[in-house]
Design a binder for this molecule. Structure first.
Ligand code: F6R
Length: 242
């Protein structure tokens, strides 16, 4: 794992944006994997700026998102469909047909999980997957205890995850209890992974990740089994690493 230590959130977001733009410059038909949550917001702001000011084009880019809540209409303000549209897609020139986000309203979630993996296999592999890290070490919504061989599946969210995400909803009760997520195996199929961690809330998780111990109880540790992972971490998130 390559570690890039930066001073703060805005430097992390800048660096991550430059890496994605380099990927697109190298191949304008790149397949990108996007994450939601607070961490990539700055990155997405920079990508929008790169598109508007410097003409970086997403016309031929395809995208996959890691996960989606169950039980929310895709137009719900808290859905990840809405998140991606509002924070990135509406301000870049990506084609709506090139966007893949798991559907949580399918009649059969089992079929939807299968379908999503098949689409990743047909269009993919993902060239560059962006990840955040949960304070409990989750990646996507693969919570502690997740099977490292998992493909896309439905999960029950950990209490800490629902708590961490309350600020996107009015109250804890409104945070969905379940989600559909790419599995650890599906994430590790990506050619390259860019993991972002910022702020003291992530310091314990970053320390545990960088200890190098691989454990099912700490899903992000499976990233040690991938050959091309870059962690961009800021001082606050790095402060417990000796
Ligand atoms: C989001 C996702 C999650 C988040 C993680 C960190 O699509 O899959 O793994 O990356 O929960 O969230 P933030 O960035 O809000 O701290």
């Amino acid at each position: 794992m390559k570690v890039i230590l930066v001073s703060n959130y805005s430097e992390m977001s800048e660096k991550a944006a430059r890496i994605i733009e380099e990927q697109i410059n190298k191949n304008d038909h790149s397949i990108l994997g996007f994450a939601t949550g607070s961490t990539p917001l700055g990155l997405y702001g920079n990508l929008i700026e790169g598109h508007k000011k410097h003409g970086v084009s997403y016309k031929n880019v395809q995208s996959f998102n890691l996960d989606e809540y169950l039980g929310l209409d895709k137009n719900h303000p808290g859905s990840y469909h809405t998140f991606m549209y509002e924070n990135l897609f509406k301000d870049i020139d990506i084609s709506m047909e090139h966007i893949q986000i798991p559907h949580s309203s399918s009649l059969s979630m089992e079929q939807e999980c299968k379908r999503y993996d098949q689409v990743i296999d047909r269009i993919g592999p993902i060239d560059l997957q962006i990840l955040g890290i949960g304070s409990n070490g989750h990646i996507g919504f693969n919570e502690p205890g997740s099977n490292p061989n998992s493909t896309t599946h439905v999960v029950e969210l950990a209490a800490s995850t629902r708590n961490d995400n309350t600020h996107f909803f009015g109250s804890l009760e409104e945070v969905p209890t379940h989600a559909i997520t790419m599995g650890i195996k599906s994430i590790l199929k990506s050619k390259r992974i860019l993991l972002l961690a910022s702020g003291k809330r992530k310091a314990e998780a970053v320390k545990r990740l960088l200890s190098g111990d691989i454990s099912e109880m700490f899903p992000a540790s499976h990233l040690w089994n991938h050959h091309d992972v870059t962690l961009i971490v800021d001082q606050e998130a790095y402060k417990l690493v000796n």
